[in-house]
Ligand binder design. Structure first.
Ligand SMILES: NC(=O)c1ccc[n+]([C@@H]2O[C@H](COP(=O)([O-])OP(=O)(O)OC[C@H]3O[C@@H](n4cnc5c(N)ncnc54)[C@H](O)[C@@H]3O)[C@@H](O)[C@H]2O)c1
Length: 329
């Protein structure tokens, strides 16, 4: 494959801010056609990125264009049908997080990819943030993660539910922190969780203690009715501790020394641009490389489904044994 022929569905915020700017930098990707329901959005976006063909109906685009892979950049409740149609037409598919609205949607999309012999990838971009990768390398040099913490906080008091309630906060957005917990610690073996409704009419506080199959310990702390958006990770190994704010810097402490090594997120990425230092460029590069080589993406839809399963487990394993926050309650 000389160049990956890319079809693009969605000309919205994330597409314009981070994904198409990333793809436009790759010499081995050809932006063949773009589809969006909104004529003004698709024409503006096509003009900005020099995309020669535009469509209002994605099925027409899939029927007419020869594409290797399709980026479906859509709110989660609009994903499923489009992804299935792409996969049935044997196109590799990249989607934003979350991978559908539920574990089951994610699993069925992953299964469809497997049955049709195509790759599916979910853009869990935090895994691909260069600063986080650097810290992970340092911890792996010392035998791997033995303890990790994943936090995500937002100020969303008396807020509207996501997409008018089409999806819950943990599955939609705090899922970044859940995915990172799995990425740092591995597969969960046991957990106890505390989910609560504090400042909203829907669940807005999600906390869990996880024992991983490796024996490592993980902690999730996520709350949508606190001070402001803050997002951090801790990765600890034997004699090493990384405290990471992916928007800013990491402090790396080794062997009892109180003076940490400091790496900024921009230094780690070699760029001041958000699509580079926040992992979006790297995740797109990874997907394109996987399409070219036929290898499975790190955050394949199958892998992303395991993150959605952990989301379900957090709801279903309350520390006090109550069933107040079970899905479908
Ligand atoms: N990774 C991150 O940090 C991050 C941050 C924000 C959002 N997201 C995710 O990105 C995804 C996209 O969010 P967004 O804010 O870019 O969305 P958006 O609403 O800005 O854009 C979606 C676009 O899709 C178009 N569209 C909808 N249905 C369509 C259809 N059937 N055919 C063609 N076009 C259609 C809409 O007209 C719109 O232009 C969401 O899943 C969200 O969770 C991820």
């Amino acid at each position: 494959m000389e160049r990956v022929r890319a079809g693009l569905i969605g000309a919205g915020g994330m597409a314009n801010a981070v994904h198409y700017p990333s793809l436009a930098e790759f010499p081995d990707v050809e932006l063949v056609a773009l589809c969006d329901l909104m004529p003004d959005k698709r024409e503006k976006t096509a003009g900005r990125f020099g995309i020669p063909k535009t469509y209002g109906d994605y099925r027409e685009m899939l029927d007419r264009e020869e594409l290797d892979a399709v980026w479906v950049l859509m709110p989660p409740h609009h994903l499923f049908d489009i992804v299935i149609q792409c996969v049935k037409r044997k196109k590799h598919v990249f989607i934003e997080k979350p991978p559908g609205v539920t574990y089951d949607q994610s699993r069925m999309m992953a299964l469809a990819c497997e049955q049709n012999g195509v790759l599916g990838m979910c853009g869990f971009n935090r895994r691909y943030i260069p600063l986080i990768r650097k810290c992970r390398e340092r911890v792996d040099e010392r035998g791997g993660v033995i303890q990790c913490v994943s936090t995500f906080y937002k100020f969303h008091v008396h807020g509207r539910p996501y997409y008018e309630g089409a999806i819950d906060i943990l599955s939609c957005d705090a899922v970044h922190a859940v995915d990172m917990l799995r990425w740092m610690g591995g597969e969960p073996a046991h957990l106890a969780a505390h989910v609560a409704r504090r400042g909203n009419t829907f669940d807005d506080s999600f906390n869990a203690l996880v024992q991983f199959e490796s024996g490592a310990t993980g902690v999730l702390l996520a709350n949508w009715c606190v001070g402001a958006r803050t997002h951090s990770f801790e990765m600890h190994g034997m004699g090493i501790s990384c405290f990471i704010n992916p928007d800013d810097r990491a402090l790396i402490f080794v062997d009892g020394k109180l003076d940490p090594e400091v790496i900024t997120t921009q230094e780690a990425a070699g760029s001041d641009e958000r699509h580079n230092f926040y992992g979006f460029c790297a995740e797109n590069r990874h997907f394109v490389d996987c399409v070219r080589s036929g290898s499975t993406p790190s955050s394949s839809l199958d892998d992303a489904t395991r993150t959605m399963r952990l989301v379900n487990q957090i709801y279903a394993t309350p520390v006090d044994g109550s069933r107040e926050h079970w899905p479908g309650r």
